[in-house]
Design a protein around this ligand. Structure first.
Ligand code: NDP
Length: 260
């Protein structure tokens, strides 16, 4: 059964027929206000999930929620690198919306520069957002996910975390860390039926890549185009709905990795 819905079956005693009620699943998308996370929020809403969009900027999160299919979605302002904010936000999500079925960690930043030009503060901000943030949200969400059937986590890594890149040593380290984190967490929670996977995108059209000249990068992409956020969202959905895939890295890069 695809996990679009939790199906609850009741026996109607009077006419002895089965009545199936569909209860929408709750999906929390961190970094869900725009870019890749925005596309994930839209796709999950289209598939019938109730979506909690989490990002620092409350207005953007609210605008995204207002644009989603359906009207039961909620926006939360939260900096995922702050333990107190994550705790508060997830407690509030659980109290107001119930148990979490899906968690997608798409909140991330880059600070591209050669290592010797990278300030310690930038290293820390990046590691705190990309790595610590993912750890904190997973820990907070798992409190209820461990008790939810078919629960699934997808973290967003990067092809750069697998292959490395000039000017992205700190970013690459953060994404490699997520690979180890994802595989280890998958082992930790597999006995409770929770899957944890990583999607590793290549060049995707978002604010993060807005300063890149596509003509400079596209030559190294075998499929000859940058990806769209929706290309990544469909891979995320596949992993969330898969009942027998865990601890895996799914590369969504138009073949870029083959050429790196
Ligand atoms: P965008 O900059 O378009 O979106 C980033 C999202 O993360 C926004 O919703 C932003 O909202 C949120 N965010 C950033 N920092 C925080 C924080 N501390 N707390 C909560 N939310 C935060 O980036 P992309 O969509 O391109 O990137 C999404 C993920 O995909 C990132 O992890 C990135 O590293 C990864 N990725 C992107 C690639 C690309 O080519 N675009 C390639 C490979 C990986 P707000 O600013 O309001 O907080």
């Amino acid at each position: 059964v695809a996990h679009d819905f939790n199906q609850i079956t009741f026996l109607n005693v009077v006419n002895k027929s089965k009545v199936v009620m569909a209860v929408s699943r709750l999906a929390v998308v961190c970094g869900g206000s725009r870019g890749i996370g925005g596309a994930v929020s839209r796709l999950l809403a289209q598939k019938g999930c109730r979506v909690a969009v989490v990002s620092r900027n409350e207005d953007t999160a609210r605008d995204t929620v207002a644009s989603l299919h359906g009207d039961d979605h909620v926006a939360f302002s939260c900096d995922v690198s702050r333990e107190d904010e994550v705790q508060k936000t997830f407690t509030c999500i659980q109290k107001t919306c119930g148990n979490i079925s899906y968690l997608v960690n798409a909140a991330g930043i880059n600070r591209d520069a050669l290592l010797f030009r990278t300030k310690r503060e930038d290293m820390l901000e990046l590691l705190h957002t990309n790595v610590l943030g993912t750890m904190l949200t997973c820990r907070a969400a798992l409190r209820t996910m461990l008790h939810t059937e078919g629960a699934a986590i997808v973290n967003i890594g990067s092809v750069v975390g697998l292959k490395g890149n000039v000017g992205q040593s700190v970013y690459s380290a953060s994404k490699s860390a997520l690979e180890g984190f994802t595989r280890s967490l998958a082992k930790e929670v597999s006995s409770r039926g929770v899957s944890v996977n990583l999607v590793a995108p290549g060049f995707i059209h978002t604010a993060m890549t807005a300063s890149l000249r596509e003509e400079d990068g596209v030559g190294s992409v075998p499929l000859r185009r940058f990806g769209e956020p929706e290309d990544v969202a469909s891979a995320v959905l596949f992993l969330l709905e898969s009942s027998y895939v865990t601890g895996q890295v799914l590369v969504v890069d138009g073949g870029l990795q083959l050429a790196m």
